[in-house]
Design a protein around this ligand. Structure first.
Ligand code: HEM
Length: 499
């Protein structure tokens, strides 16, 4: 070992020692929520496996709905009941409305200038207002209705051809391509272009970024070793960041040069309209802001909706009775001579229950996005330290046997006569989060999920390949910020509509 490495090792050890000492002293005078004992320095990191939401649920059964752990040097609070979630996301929402430092977002999202990871404060408020009022308003979402239908027609046509040929369709990748295309057209004004991106490809790069973003990065939990980048994640993120930055630069330049005044304004157009507007200074948008928000909108919209559609279709294929009920409802409401339109959706009440039930069993962001405590605070008699990461286990909450009868069963009828919805008012079902940091794209996400599910079951009957029965369908999940099916959903379609 050379002198520099020795000094570095000594320095890191000393920092750890003093940090651990401070942490223990601070912890001693506090009444932290109950939780498992951790090891020095790494805390409870080894207790968390491939599916942290499952591990947290198991631990919470022993330690309770407000549980304390330590991941590395960071205090972590896991919230696992509807009542506790209400305390953190509604009653004391303001205290927990920030996001923790996130190495991945720092590197890729221009120092956490995106909406998803920006800390609570005036920048976040500004961006949130811009996204809610200018990009994700009902009016703006509706201006892309015909584009969504055009893409959906293409998708249905593709499946129809497979049906004619009697082939198997990879529903997961078909839905994912559709979702990518509508997101790109809405956000950057066109489908992504292979030639304009690095060799690895746009979707693969985006997916890699999300996968790294969801990996427990030691730099976030033991900041003293950030510079060592022990897992090599920051290095990989820097490559991704460069690819995206080049791509977004081209997109912005194309928009600045475009003279076509008549096209529907995409998100980049809208944001460029606010850039450098000195007089109004309405949203203080810089070039980096636009790039960070483009990435946010793409990552937040593409995989979330696709994963939710995939889970719902998988549940319906596993449950033929429920599948028949949705098909019957759509047939009664719109007949067999045309496809479903967005304007039909509000009449489809059973479909609504099916989608809710699927979100209950498969919230696509099972731990929401981590919140952080902005100050030392007391909740339910427990001291929550400033800087504690708050994980709300939406997955465990919506499978809580104390609230949901026969919680593991897919049973849409449970919502008959119930006014529980999934918009963040009922804390037993919060797939879109709740409160200040709740999802601003919920309306768009729900519209796309309902529309595509309705279309897929109205236009086609579905059968599993190789005589597989529904009960054998692999329903394992792959944990990430978004949690899709671990394996693609493959099925054989048969065309149903009358020409
Ligand atoms: C099925 C679709 C979707 C689901 C299930 C979903 C779910 C979520 C969840 C759970 C959160 C975190 C809430 C929290 O931390 O408390 C979130 C945040 C967010 N979502 Fe969505 N989302 C979906 C679609 C969308 C769409 C279509 C967009 C925009 C195009 C979007 C944009 C965002 C943004 C920007 C945030 C961060 C908000 C903030 O931190 O202030 N989402 N979403």
């Amino acid at each position: 070992m050379d002198m520099a490495s020795t000094l570095l090792a000594v320095a890191v050890t000393l920092v750890f020692f003093f940090q651990a000492l401070t942490w223990t002293r601070r912890g001693k005078n506090k009444r932290l929520p109950p939780g498992p004992k951790g090891l020095p320095i790494i805390g409870n990191l080894l207790m968390i496996g491939k599916n942290p939401h499952h591990d947290f649920q198991r631990l919470a059964q022993k330690y309770g709905p407000i549980m304390h752990l330590r991941l590395g040097l960071m205090p972590v609070i896991v919230v696992s009941s509807a009542e506790a979630a209400e305390l953190f996301l509604k009653t004391h929402d303001l205290v927990f409305a920030s996001r923790p430092p996130h190495e991945g977002s720092k590197v890729v999202c221009y120092n956490q200038q995106n909406l998803v990871f920006s800390p609570y404060g005036s920048y976040w408020r500004n961006m949130r207002k811009m996204c809610t009022l200018e990009l994700l308003s009902n009016h703006k979402i509706n201006s892309f209705r015909s584009m969504r239908m055009e893409e959906l027609h293409g998708c249905v046509q593709y499946i129809r051809e497979a049906a004619t040929a009697g082939g198997v369709v990879d529903l997961s990748s078909t839905v994912s391509s559709f979702s990518t295309d509508i997101s790109c057209r809405m956000i950057i004004g066109k489908k992504y272009d292979h030639d304009n991106f690095s060799e690895k490809g746009f979707k693969a790069t985006l997916r890699e970024g999300m996968q790294i973003g969801a990996t427990i990065n030691l730099a976030d939990y033991i900041p003293q070793i950030r510079a060592l980048d022990l897992q090599g994640l920051t290095k990989r993120m820097k490559i991704i960041a460069k690819d995206f930055d080049d791509f977004f630069e081209k997109i912005i330049d194309e928009h600045v040069r475009s003279k076509d005044e008549n096209r529907v304004k995409d998100f980049v157009d809208v944001m460029l309209g606010f850039m450098g507007s000195e007089e109004t200074d309405e949203y203080r948008v810089e070039r980096d802001t636009i790039k960070a928000i483009i990435l946010d909108m793409l990552t937040a919209s593409m995989d979330t909706s696709a994963a939710a559609i995939d889970w719902t279709l998988a549940e319906l294929i596993r449950h033929p009775q429920e599948m028949k009920k949705v098909q019957k409802e759509v047939k009664n409401v719109i007949g067999m001579r045309r496809m479903v339109e967005e304007s039909d959706l509000e009449k489809l009440k059973y479909l609504d229950m099916v989608v809710k039930e699927s979100f209950r069993l498969h919230p696509v962001a099972p731990l929401l996005i981590p919140h952080v405590s902005r100050e030392d605070f007391t909740v339910n008699g427990f001291d929550i330290p400033k800087g504690a990461r708050i994980f709300v286990n939406a997955w465990a909450i919506s499978r809580d046997e104390r609230v949901w009868t026969d919680a593991e069963r897919f049973y849409p009828e449970r919502f008959i006569g119930s006014d529980i919805d999934l918009r963040g008012r009922n804390f037993e079902l919060i797939p879109f989060g709740a409160g200040r940091r709740g999802c601003p794209g919920m309306q768009l996400g729900l519209t796309v999920v309902r529309l595509v599910v309705a279309q897929m079951v109205h236009c086609f009957d579905w059968e599993l390949p190789n005589g597989t029965s529904g009960s054998d369908l692999d329903m394992r999940e792959e944990f990430g910020i978004v949690c899709p099916r671990a394996n693609h959903l493959l099925a054989i379609p048969t065309w149903r509509l009358k020409d």
